[in-house]
Write a protein that binds this ligand. Structure first.
Ligand SMILES: Nc1ncnc2c1ncn2[C@@H]1O[C@H](COP(=O)(O)OP(=O)(O)OP(=O)(O)O)[C@@H](O)[C@H]1O
Ligand SMILES: [Mg+2]
Length: 419
């Protein structure tokens, strides 16, 4: 089955292209992308093979096409006249070889299934893209969000991923298991009287966790609840070894679980001759239970060198299991391309997916100051990047996301018609 993305950018041929593709038995249209950022985020999920696009899409440049190819997404351009000199030159500059004339859209599916057949699969193999593992208990998954020291954005990403999952109507529990600087409740504006994780750890110790788990979770909305973190960093000693494992295993029976962890990975022995837990136990147990680890790194020079070291440390800890990496706070002023970073990151770990999240101080500040998740302050390239992460880690929720977008579009169109 060939999975196709579509970026028509408002061109009149979109519906004709959809018609041609939906008639082909071995082609499925994964998504109609709204713009180039949306396309790049969707390509990052590693699920698409081909994109059918317009050469006139704003922001479509050679680096965008290179990003597509890195994710083994082959471009097919629909053009008014493939023999037109200017069109040929533009396609050449973008490194797009397959051009389909608007007048020949009936054969689009054929062009899609025969495009650059095996040429680019090499890149996908190098990236070692694998479908996400099914969870140990049915359909729910535990994703541990980890990242090195220096506040690369673990909590921002964990919170946004959990909120996006909930927006797709998937029951989701966000767990703050950072033993150094728990901050999920501040990010979401939750005024906590009691710490969820401390209460749950106590219940796990007394064998009452299953019975009373609901009472220690804070509901944010119909689909999202939160287990808030430590109220003070020195309270980590109260979370005995094994408690976080018990909590996450139980949570997975009930919902998807996103865990915000701390940066430290050292397995320092606790004081008191091993009776007390070690400081990083909450993080280490989260990584151990997780079906997938999402590593967040910061795109600046210090952040990237910490990310590289962190990936090596993590590899030693997890025995080289593939990890997903999100490089956060990407910005043009740093002067390196996604390709430069991909080359660097792939040298340090087996990567199951590489994502780039733009720096967007304004959106993040609006969310933080309002105590709301990023999604609640409006759609931006950053929220689209987060949605791409969720598509990749929880592919079963993609249909709900698409339904919701179509619903929103229909409602908007309805409102516009009524005006
Ligand atoms: N994509 C982004 N664009 C702009 N600012 C960001 C972005 N991601 C995170 N930030 C900001 O970076 C800072 C650190 O983010 P966050 O608290 O998520 O990091 P962390 O890794 O959880 O850090 P800590 O070590 O404190 O747990 C925050 O001020 C956050 O608003
Ligand atoms: Mg944090």
């Amino acid at each position: 089955m060939i999975c196709v993305l579509l970026l028509a950018s408002g061109a009149a041929w979109e519906s004709q292209a959809l018609e041609s593709l939906s008639g082909a038995p071995d082609v499925v249209v994964l998504k109609r992308c709204v713009d180039v950022d949306d396309l790049l985020a969707s390509a990052g999920t590693g699920q698409a093979h081909v994109v059918v696009l317009s050469l006139d899409a704003p922001g479509l440049d050679a680096s965008a096409v290179a990003h597509l190819r890195r994710h083994a997404v082959r471009p097919v351009a629909v053009v008014p006249d493939p023999a037109h000199g200017e069109t040929v030159a533009r396609a050449g500059r973008l490194d797009i070889a397959t051009l389909v004339p608007v007048a020949g859209l009936a054969s689009l599916a054929e062009a899609v299934t025969s495009v650059e057949d095996l040429g680019d699969t090499r890149i996908r193999d190098e990236l070692d893209v694998q479908p996400p593992e099914p969870s140990a208990s049915g359909t729910h998954r535990v994703v541990a969000v980890w990242g090195p020291a220096g506040a690369p954005g673990r909590t921002t990403v964990a919170t946004a991923v959990a909120a996006e999952l909930a927006r797709r109507r998937a029951s989701t529990l966000l767990v703050d298991a950072d033993p150094w600087a728990g901050s999920v409740s501040q990010h979401l504006g939750i005024l906590e009287e009691v710490s969820g994780v401390l209460s749950a750890a106590r219940l796990a110790g007394s064998g009452q966790l299953r019975e009373r788990f609901t009472s220690v979770r804070r509901a944010v909305d119909e689909h999202l609840s939160v287990l808030t973190g430590l109220p003070r960093a020195d309270r980590w000693v109260e979370v005995r070894a094994g408690a976080v494992t018990d909590i996450l295993e139980l949570a997975r029976e009930q919902a998807h679980v996103v865990v915000d962890t701390g940066f430290g990975l050292e397995q320092d022995r606790g004081s008191d001759f091993g009776a007390a837990p070690a400081r990083n136990t909450m993080t280490l147990e989260s990584l151990d239970v997780a079906d997938e680890v999402l590593v967040v790194g910061s795109a600046d020079p210090v952040g990237l060198s910490r990310l590289a070291r962190g990936l090596v440390e993590l590899r030693e800890l997890t025995g080289g299991l593939p990890v997903r990496v999100a490089v956060n706070r990407m910005r043009p002023t740093l002067g390196w391309s996604e390709k430069d970073i991909a080359g660097m990151v792939e040298g340090f770990a087996r990567i199951s997916g590489l994502h780039f999240l733009p720096d967007d101080r304004a959106a993040v500040d609006r969310a933080l100051v309002g105590g709301r998740s990023l999604l609640e302050v409006g759609e931006t390239a950053l929220t689209r990047g987060m949605a791409g992460l969720v598509d990749a880690m929880f592919p079963a929720t993609m249909a709900a996301a698409a339904d919701r977008r179509t619903g929103l579009r229909r409602r908007r169109a309805g409102r516009a018609r009524r005006r």
